[in-house]
Design a protein around this ligand. Sequence first.
Ligand code: PAF
Length: 289
Amino acid sequence: MDAGAAPAVLTTIAETRTRIAAFRRERPGASIALVPTMGALHDGHLALVREAKRLADRVVVSIFVNPLQFGAGEDLGRYPRTLDADVALLAAEGVDLVFAPNAAEMYPDGSAGTTVHAGPIGDRYEGAARPGHFDGVLTVVEKLLGIASPDIAVFGQKDAQQLHLVGRMVADLDLPVEIVSVPIVRERDGLALSSRNRYLSPEARRAALALAESLQAATRAAGGGVDELLAEGIAAFGDHDDVELDYFVAVDPETFLPVDDGFRGQALVLVAALVDGTRLIDNTTMSIG
Ligand code: PAF
């Protein structure tokens, strides 16, 4: 589709399936990419869309604020919903189809009867702070893959644990889709782009830099081993009283289990913190030892 022309915005599963079947009929052998999102799109999402455009002939973007992945007391009610602005951004990228269902369309019984369980890694890190979060993510991703039947699905490295668990689900359940990841997009000062950044006051926005700064400090210390990089990363939070660190951990990117001081090679360092009540996450890969 030409960049600038508005994509079709469909709200039902049936219409979406019909349109995607038509894509496949019109151009046999053409590939389809799905970019699952919760909307409130920013340049990080647009990087996913551009990668999808690069890799596939047709691009479908889903926009659905999935209640199943929000816990009690989380920000489901106030999560930004900006459909018109999102569709305008996606039109400029030449997206073919936007699937924007409501909760009743996705969960007609009010909740998913059958769910995907993320397994033990789903209970760590983000999952420890947000019990059931990854079961909710995987359940909706599995449904979206079933609805769109894409050849490729594109996810951001920013949600590294989500990306890992989606990859595990696809492998474990033999789902016929290739998962593609796209690097984190950052502001000029290093802050990782997130839809939740729009909750931040100017002061909280400055304090939020603690996450990126802690990863930079850890990267500088990585030559000294895991204990040293963790100590340096955590120490970077000492300069920011208004930031509450949740976890700062180095994991093996293959297993997502924590690595110890004897570890040498590529590790993924994950950080999460509450900044003025807003939960933010970030991560980076570093070479240890
Ligand atoms: O990363 C997100 O925005 C969501 O977790 C996803 C993958 C769209 C599932 O709701």
